[in-house]
Write a protein that binds this ligand. Structure first.
Ligand code: SF4
Length: 373
């Protein structure tokens, strides 16, 4: 397939997220140098949604747009932001071989002192190990290597041009041996074809064997062109698989639900968690906690985000899930130390915070007392 590059200069490169995406990647910012991806995985969620803007979705893997002003924009925009975790770079080949923008972006992240998060399939990432180590020494680095499964048949069906699984695991090992926090993004877990105990456990064991500390399991989303491509790839394996998916996503036509039913997602999460525990691997990525007065807010918010996840896995009511999520956002974004607030105003001060109810306030106080002990 012919590959084209198109250079352009966007007016902005850093996306500032409304809320940190706990308890998943914990990122507040994101900045990426390329639009489109040569690997062209059938299930890639970037095919759908707003990522491509007005571009023809079928051009996703044939046209790579290159943000040639990425470095200047990143330096300028980070200079106006509070340091927090930024998801940065894209080591896809051949774009990164040709332009090297991700390496230069890491140089800016190091210079500006921001903690860094990377999600990646490409082994080219190890080229920049020196910079990753330097950023890790100065602030923090967390990396997730994307591995949907370790089954070659599924890899071939859904991501035929992406880097091989063995090379991704070798990348994980190199990072782990360099002292960098690394784990697996076990996403998307392919419904029915890739969600057996064996599929999940094989990936968790492979992660552990290569120095990974955690596995984040997540299901397959369905949106627009990405849904069409995913259904077609499933049909290639087995028409019954496609039909099973259409039932799972309640798709009589080509407009499926975005996700499977909550019961399926929660059960998958519980199974991943149990298998992670069995193999002494975490099922969440530990959060970066800054060594500043607001670090305690991040620690308490992390606890609340984890409670949110626990409730999702337990299929608790939406009300209970959102009670923790909203409280987590409040604490995470509080401009003053929650420990100072508690010292001055006690439980009443915590209860007066927006979206922090009595039970959650009490839980925050318990966590504050534990952190003081
Ligand atoms: S490698 Fe990642 S970004 Fe590229 S197509 Fe595959 S899933 Fe999408």
């Amino acid at each position: 397939m012919k590959l084209e590059f198109q250079e352009y200069q966007p007016r902005k490169i850093v996306n500032v997220h409304k809320h940190v995406d706990g308890p998943w990647f914990w990122t507040k910012y994101s900045a990426h140098p390329y639009v489109g991806c040569r690997s062209g995985c059938e299930f890639c969620y970037l095919r759908g949604g707003h990522y491509l803007g007005k571009r023809d979705p079928d051009s996703f893997d044939a046209l790579i747009q290159v943000k040639t002003n990425a470095i200047e924009r990143l330096r300028l925009e980070l200079g106006k932001l509070e340091p927090d975790v930024i998801s940065c770079g894209d080591w896809q080949q051949p774009a990164e071989d040709r332009y090297g923008l991700s390496r230069q972006m890491l140089e800016v992240v190091l210079e500006m002192g921001f903690p860094l998060f990377i999600v990646e399939r490409s082994p080219l990432l190890t080229r920049d190990l020196d910079l990753l180590q330097a950023i890790n020494a100065k602030s923090w680095v967390g990396v997730v290597i994307s591995i949907s499964n370790v089954d070659p048949t599924l890899k071939h069906a859904f991501e035929p041009r992406s880097p091989g699984i063995r090379r991704r695991l070798e990348t994980m090992q190199v990072l782990a041996e360099a002292g960098i926090l690394v784990g697996t993004s076990l996403m998307p877990i392919i419904p029915f074809a890739g969600d057996s105990q064996k599929h999940l456990e094989d990936t968790i064991i492979a992660t552990k064997d290569h120095g990974g500390k955690f596995v984040l399991g997540g299901g397959l989303s369905m949106s627009g062109v990405q849904a069409e491509r995913s259904f077609a790839a499933a049909a290639q394996i087995d028409p019954a698989l496609e039909q099973g998916w259409r039932t799972l996503y309640k798709s009589d036509s080509d407009k499926p639900n975005y996700g499977p039913p909550r019961s399926y997602t929660a059960s998958l999460g519980r199974r991943v968690r149990d298998l992670c525990h069995k193999h002494d691997v975490m099922d969440r990525m530990p959060r970066y906690i800054p060594d500043t007065p607001l670090g305690i807010n991040k620690r308490i918010a992390e606890h609340l985000f984890l409670k949110t996840y626990e409730r999702e896995l337990a299929e608790a009511s939406n009300f209970r899930v959102w009670a923790y999520r909203k409280a987590a956002w409040t604490v995470d974004e509080l401009p003053q130390s929650i420990a100072d607030l508690y010292a001055k105003e006690g439980l009443a001060g915590i209860e007066a915070l927006p979206d922090v109810g009595g039970k959650v306030a009490q839980e925050i106080v318990t966590q504050l007392e534990i952190s003081r002990a």
